[in-house]
Ligand binder design. Structure first.
Ligand code: PEP
Ligand code: MG
Length: 585
């Protein structure tokens, strides 16, 4: 048994076998092999090692001929490993003693080796870890070949273990079979985390070396509340977690009773609660959790689930179906937010040196007008079917907003000329996701119908902390006084112009921050649907005066630690069961 700690990003507990993905999505399940078939597995191993060695020798010779003997030396280590009798014997022994396939033996022994290398004090060994993985992949490639298991056709429940999951990988997974996700990389608001929360499956990110500690088929407990991963748990842990899982479900079912009740403070002020969605099939589950509408539809996932760019008709159908399904309820569609960590297949081929500060979101759209116009046409056409509003992401200056609006006007004119119906009064807003936008929110408030504060990015850009980097995750603090001051300023600027303002970052769905946001004046929150019921429960237990006192107190603090400790304590006083549920076991 091994216990590992990472960053808890999506509540719940999963108890399931591991499906370990390597960089090429190779899945190596543990399949028992009958004693009579073990010699065949040994032969397969030997053939795969020989083929890999021949391949490497050819590569070595080619590089030596083209570039000289020195560069060719990079293959010495790989070749040496494949000739290393003690390593080969370990794999053979593994096949025999564990009665497993050759590929499972290769994956297990190589990962064990990588783990040993990682534990060595000398950096020379640590630097070799990627070579070990490279070699593992090469040998597995020969063993698995065409029979690579399809991730989208899983036949049993699993916990996915990966170094990181790109949004397109996540979008392609068979979601009905994925019961948990754990990754080496990532932070609280990285997209793996957001998608896991959206899907309502327990997840831990930032574990650093889960892919080396876990082998395919290991039984895992994923504790998404505490960020604890238990590999091959003993009986005691298993029974503790099984009863914890039950208690958690009971807590969830008490929350379910709130769905029909209004989201109102004890002094009768409505706080509108909306859901953030990535995929249209999340609408019904979001409504079932009590969402009044959709406050953020992240349309870029339309791009990430396919290899090809969606055409106008595909966009239109997705938006039209969403409008129809919403049946008159509130719907905010965000225009494409591609770039940064959300790359299309094609763009991933030309990576940027600093993608979060690069050509992402509205910048990318303004440089790719035909793609942008295609989406705008589709959104406008869908607006003829029912109420919707639209917002642009990552606006950092007024020129960008004006350019985006000009393009929108062009598209409206085109549709008009073609006699195609749309809502001419479509409400247009922007996301406030950078300090620059927050500081000139007043200027924006004069030109838009609404503002939506995207704290996931606002925190990262204000604090210079990559939201997806586990090494700086402890610095990622929505309660940092610089962030709360910016939010306060945006709410004030919107209030002066009587412009609607929402918070749609993950902060809006975290119990700790809700009183603060309401106390600073927010009356609309949009969040991962999973967290909606507990947020509503908290809202129904507090008064506006109480929230204002909390916000006032927070304004006197100069450190994010103080802010978080204070807010956590305040929220715990009101909903101890939510926190106890996170901390028991
Ligand atoms: C945000 O930045 O807070 C936001 C909601 O957008 P995303 O998480 O999609 O970047
Ligand atoms: Mg954002």
């Amino acid at each position: 048994m091994e216990i590992k700690h990472g960053i808890a990003v999506s509540h719940g507990v999963a108890i399931c076998p591991a499906l370990v993905l390597d960089a090429e999505d190779v899945r190596v399940p543990r399949r028992p092999v009958a004693a009579k078939d073990l010699p065949h597995q040994r032969e397969r191993l030997s053939e795969a090692l020989d083929t890999a060695l021949a391949e490497l020798t050819e590569l070595h010779d080619q590089v030596a001929a083209d570039l000289g003997p020195e560069p060719a030396k990079i293959f010495d280590f790989h070749q040496g490993m494949l000739r290393d009798e003690s390593l080969i014997q370990r794999m053979v022994k593994f096949i025999e003693e564990e009665s497993v396939t050759a590929e499972f033996a290769v994956a297990s022994v190589m990962r064990e080796l990588a783990r040993t290398f990682l534990q060595q004090p000398s950096t020379i060994f640590k630097e070799r870890v990627s070579d070990v993985y490279d070699l593992e992949r090469r040998v597995l490639h020969h063993l698995i070949g065409e029979a690579r298991a399809e991730l989208d056709h899983l036949d049993h429940d699993v916990v996915v273990v990966a170094h990181d999951l790109t949004p397109s990988q996540t979008a392609a997974l068979d979601r009905s079979k994925i019961k948990g996700m754990v990754t080496d990389a990532g932070g609280r608001t990285s997209h793996t985390a957001i998608v896991a929360r959206a899907l309502g499956i327990p997840a831990i990110v930032g574990l650093e070396d889960a892919t080396t500690k876990v082998s395919a088929g290991d039984l895992l407990i994923v504790d998404g509340q505490r960020g604890v991963l238990i590999v091959n748990p003993d009986e005691q842990y298993l029974s503790d977690y099984r009863s914890h899982e039950q208690r958690y479900q009971e807590f969830e079912s008490t929350l379910a009773q709130l769905v029909e009740l209004p989201s109102q403070t004890t002094d009768g002020v409505d706080i509108d609660l909306f859901a953030n969605i990535e995929f249209p099939d999340e609408i019904q589950p979001a409504l079932a959790k009590g969402a009044m509408g959709i406050g953020l539809y992240r349309t870029e996932f339309l791009y990430l689930s396919t290899e090809t760019e969606p055409d106008e008709e595909q966009h239109y159908q997705a938006y039209r179906d969403t409008v129809r399904e919403m049946d008159g309820r509130h719907l905010t569609i965000r225009t494409l937010d591609l770039g940064a960590d959300k790359y299309t297949q094609k763009r991933a081929e030309t990576p940027e040196p600093n993608p979060f500060l690069g050509c992402r979101s509205i910048r990318f759209c303004l440089q790719n007008l035909s793609m942008f116009k295609t989406q705008l046409r589709a959104i406008l056409r869908a607006s003829a079917e029912g109420p919707l509003q639209m917002m642009f992401p990552l606006i950092t200056n007024t020129l960008e907003l004006r350019q985006a609006r000009m393009i929108l006007n062009d598209v409206m004119e085109d549709l008009d000329e073609q006699g195609i119906a749309f809502d001419p009064d479509l409400r247009v807003g922007i996301m406030i996701e950078t300090p620059s936008a927050a500081l000139i929110a007043r200027a924006f408030a004069q030109e838009v119908d609404f503002l939506s504060i995207g704290t996931n990015d606002l925190v990262q850009y204000t604090l210079a902390v990559d939201r997806g980097n586990e090494r700086v995750a402890s610095l990622y603090a929505p309660g940092h006084p610089a962030v709360t001051q910016l939010i306060r300023g945006v709410i004030r600027a919107a209030g002066r112009r009587d412009v609607e303002v929402t918070c749609c970052g993950e902060m809006a769905g975290e119990l700790e921050y809700v009183m603060l946001l309401i106390g600073m004046g927010l009356r609309r929150l949009s969040m991962t649907p999973q967290t909606l019921p507990e947020i509503k429960k908290l809202i129904r237990s507090v008064s506006i005066a109480h929230c204002e006192r909390v916000a006032k107190r927070v304004a006197t603090y100069d450190s994010e630690r103080q802010v978080l400790n204070y807010l956590r304590e305040e929220a715990r006083k009101i909903m101890p069961e939510a926190f106890d549920n996170r901390l028991t076991v």
